[in-house]
Ligand binder design. Structure first.
Ligand code: C2O
Ligand code: CU
Length: 457
């Protein structure tokens, strides 16, 4: 099949080449400005914010049960903190500026020290002014290997991002507070990269088996992922193994912050296979796998489920208390009014403050938690999306289980996509004490109202 390359803007730009000083050193996690070519060849390098001088940031790869000990060194011009997305972590290490820690000011450091209880594909990213800091590149992969990893020939991390660059200069546009973006789908970009590259390619052999760890680090873009010349299974979502591997459908959604682990075989007879972004006007290549030679005559047999993580058992979900969270506002369904703290404001007043969304009538993280509960209790949360846009709701410190229409359990997740007009239920066992954010991972939505939290004591 023919695969389109996404067009980056038309205009050429003067190349202003700044040498990129790669910096070794894995003991610290230095947040700093860097220059990197992320636009197509011929464009200048982009000035971005990084962990360790590159985007994606330093890849952290460890074994299940290991301990992460990293010193964040803030050499950025702005306070920051690091959130370890999807890790069932001790609350004090969760990295949420203004909730679990004070933001780390420029020149200062913070020591993160925690264990990783679950194997799987996770990531880390800035959690102060996330809408801006993640858009500038402050993210990296956090991979936790199973004690006995599955039998694959290559294990590849593919971190997707969507940048908004000035078409002349290839620099990140700093219109982060753009009300039109905030009130619509969020900050959608004009350049998609995988692993910080516009046009990534990997060498493979025919009938080779790959584990692809997809991570969507975009501010707002929901990818509809497809494959061409690769066949296989989804084996994990948001880090957590599926009980039974799922044959990869024609395409599947990957919302901001979500991950999917695929096990695929190179099944094409052509000289390339592709990971695709399926869009209204066709399929765009995200990653090219160049086939050179043959590993085997035929594909391997099926795939086993990954070993389960130590997740809780959920019993008697039908009788667990049900809490509704209504997602409100945004373009076409403008807020009539909502609260900031105890103050009720009109939609117009809120818009002037850059607030366009609300969760249960709160256009800012409320003083009281959405759920205040004891350790080890089971709850159902129902997300009711009354807006005209999809939202990717993320809970910190826990994974939860989707409850499907027929009442059965769906996969474990830490981020659930709730489509426009949709209602989705999750089951949550609050087995991790602390204050945990619950917010939309379209980061502009979070910044403009879709922010809540739960307290587990
Ligand atoms: Cu991945 Cu509160 O974030
Ligand atoms: Cu949202």
């Amino acid at each position: 099949m023919t695969v389109n390359r996404r067009q980056f803007m038309q205009s050429a730009a003067a190349a202003l080449l700044v040498p990129c000083m790669a910096r070794a050193g894995f003991l610290s996690l230095e947040a700093r400005v860097a220059d990197q070519l992320i636009a197509p060849d011929g464009y200048p390098e982009t000035k971005l914010w990084s962990y360790g001088g590159k985007v994606p940031g330093i890849p952290l790869r460890l074994k299940q049960g290991d301990r992460v000990q990293r010193r964040l060194v803030n050499n950025l011009p702005q306070p920051t903190s690091v959130h370890w997305h999807g890790i069932r972590i001790a609350n004090a290490m969760d990295g949420v500026s203004g909730l679990t820690q004070a933001p780390v000011v420029p020149g200062d450091t913070f020591d993160y020290d925690f264990e990783v209880p679950d194997a799987g594909t996770y990531w880390y990213h800035a959690h102060n002014r996330s809408m801006e800091q993640v858009a500038r590149g402050l993210y990296g992969p956090l991979i936790v290997e199973e004690a006995t990893p599955p039998d694959v020939d290559q294990d590849l991390i593919l971190m997707l991002d969507d940048w908004r660059l000035d078409p002349e200069t290839a620099q990140i546009t700093d219109d982060f507070d753009n009300g039109r973006d905030l009130s619509h789908a969020g900050r959608l970009g004009n350049l998609v990269t995988v692993n910080g590259s516009f046009d990534p390619a990997f060498p493979v052999k025919r009938n080779e088996r790959l584990r692809l760890r997809l991570i969507n680090a975009s501010n707002a873009r929901i990818f509809d992922v497809g494959l061409d010349g690769l066949s296989g299974w989804i084996v994990a979502l948001d880090g957590m193994p599926l009980e039974a591997p799922l044959a990869i459908p024609q395409s599947f959604p990957l919302a901001p912050a979500q991950r999917a682990d695929l096990v695929v075989d190179v099944s094409t007879d052509d000289d390339a296979a592709n990971l695709l972004s399926v869009e209204q006007d066709g399929a765009y290549g995200l990653v090219q796998f160049n086939v050179t030679g043959e590993l085997a005559k035929t594909r391997r047999d099926g795939v086993d489920a990954l070993p389960p993580n130590p997740l809780p058992v959920l019993r008697d979900v039908e009788t667990a208390p049900l809490h509704r969270m209504v997602l409100q506002g945004g373009a076409m369904r403008w807020l009539e009014n909502a609260r900031i703290g105890d103050t009720e404001m009109s939609g117009r007043e809120l818009a002037q403050l850059g607030r366009f969304w609300a969760l249960n009538g709160n256009a800012e993280r409320p003083t009281d938690p959405f759920l205040d509960t004891g350790l080890g209790s089971l709850h159902r949360i129902e997300f009711v999306n009354e807006t005209a846009f999809p939202h990717a709701m993320h809970l910190h410190g826990h994974h939860f289980r989707l409850i499907l229409e027929d009442g059965s359990f769906g996969p474990w997740r830490d981020t659930v996509l709730v489509d426009r007009g949709q209602t989705r239920q999750i089951a949550l066992l609050t087995d991790n004490p602390g204050d945990w954010l619950l917010h939309c991972h379209m980061l502009g939505h979070a910044a403009s109202g879709m922010m809540s939290w739960i307290r587990v004591t």
